[in-house]
Design a protein around this ligand. Structure first.
Ligand SMILES: *[C@@H]1O[C@H](CO)[C@@H](O)[C@H](O)[C@H]1NC(C)=O
Ligand SMILES: *[C@@H]1O[C@H](CO)[C@@H](O)[C@H](O)[C@H]1NC(C)=O
Length: 332
């Protein structure tokens, strides 16, 4: 009984601005296949196919809505061994099996851009299979722990981030791990094939999101608990400013279906005892919080989330620590 009371006490400690249970009252789960965990990312292709999820065993799976199953779509590790890797949750196998953490389609070409914690920045064609590595370093420093990517659908330019030049995902799971400030925000121009560093010295990474009109990119800085606004055009082009300080660690930022708005996956962790409250924040381009989403406590008690992806008015909630993708739906 004591455990139950503690559980209920902590799980009702939510940091909320506006509780939107009324707006998104329907929660369902898309279960991962048996043994598969950690749908960190959720993406949809130009035809609305998906969700495509990137999971802990190194694969990208695609939801088949006719048979209601996930099928294998792509993978990132060139020497990935299916017998060893499929369904593994062993973080030590990341360098062999791969660990894709971020996905973004170019709707015009059908190419899926992928960032992987061990294999950097990659792309795969519409038929899937082994992704081709585009870059695993930039300006002479490795793209360790690449974790977020976004395609500007107007220009085809791809923006991505990695958390560090020194530590990888595996290091962060080790006791006593201390991060650093060697994260970077980069761009890839498919016309010139050049990778350019736009921001460096970031304390951790996350997933960037470019505004619908290509005027700026929102760049999360995970450990510093804030979002930057990197201007692409106008008088402040190629400069960044702090957009908003957050109560917790932001992972991916994704465009909302409403132009000029974004969903940010934030995990608020307090110490003694260690406890994480996940939040989905809807923000605009001037850093105003428009909505703060509370997730069903029975599924997200003390769990971090990594992405809130809006699609057809529903929200797909990805997490590195669940065996399902959460789906929140509005009242019809
Ligand atoms: C990450 O782990 C590797 C392998 O144990 C180790 O050699 C390296 O020093 C670690 N890096 C950091 C920054 O902790
Ligand atoms: C929350 O999870 C962390 C590990 O992820 C664990 O160390 C901590 O004890 C948990 N907190 C509670 C109150 O259960």
């Amino acid at each position: 009984m004591a455990n139950l009371i503690v559980f209920m006490f902590f799980c009702s400690l939510a940091f909320v601005v506006v509780v939107s249970d009324d707006i998104y009252p329907y929660f369902s789960k898309i279960q991962m296949p048996p043994g598969v965990t950690g749908p960190e990312s959720a993406a949809f292709d130009a035809a609305g196919g998906g969700p495509y999820v990137s999971v802990a065993d190194g694969r990208i799976l695609k939801w088949n809505y006719i048979f209601n199953v996930f099928v294998e779509f792509a993978y990132t590790a060139p020497n990935r061994n299916k017998r060893l890797c499929d369904r593994t949750t062993d973080p030590n196998l990341g360098p062999i099996c791969g660990r894709p953490l971020g996905l973004s389609f170019n709707y015009a070409t059908g190419f899926l851009y992928i960032v992987d914690a061990y294999f950097g920045f990659l792309v795969v064609g519409p038929l899937g299979g082994l992704a081709i590595q585009i870059a695993n370093s930039a300006d002479g420093a490795p793209l360790k722990f690449a974790n977020g990517v976004d395609v500007d659908q107007k220009t085809g330019i791809v923006y991505f981030q990695h958390s560090s030049e020194t530590y990888n995902l595996w290091n962060t799971t080790q006791p006593g791990f201390i991060g650093d400030s060697t994260g970077r925000f980069l761009k890839f121009d498919p016309k010139t094939k050049h990778v350019t560093v736009l921001l460096s010295g970031l304390a951790g990474g996350g997933g960037p999101a470019v505004n619908f009109d290509s005027s700026f990119v929102i760049v999360p800085e995970f450990s510093a608990k804030r979002l930057h606004k990197f201007w692409l055009s106008g008088p402040k082009a190629n400069t960044a400013e702090i957009l908003i300080n957050l109560p917790g660690n932001p992972n991916k930022v994704k465009r909302s279906e409403t132009q000029g708005e974004f969903w940010v996956a934030v995990s608020v962790t307090t110490q003694q005892p260690t406890f994480t409250t996940p939040m989905g924040l809807r923000i605009n381009g001037v850093g105003e919080v428009l909505e703060s989403l509370s997730l069903p406590e029975e599924y997200y008690c003390n769990k971090s989330i990594s992405v809130v992806q809006e699609h057809n008015s529903a929200l797909f909630i990805g997490s590195r620590v669940t065996d399902f993708l959460g789906v929140l739906k509005k009242k019809p």
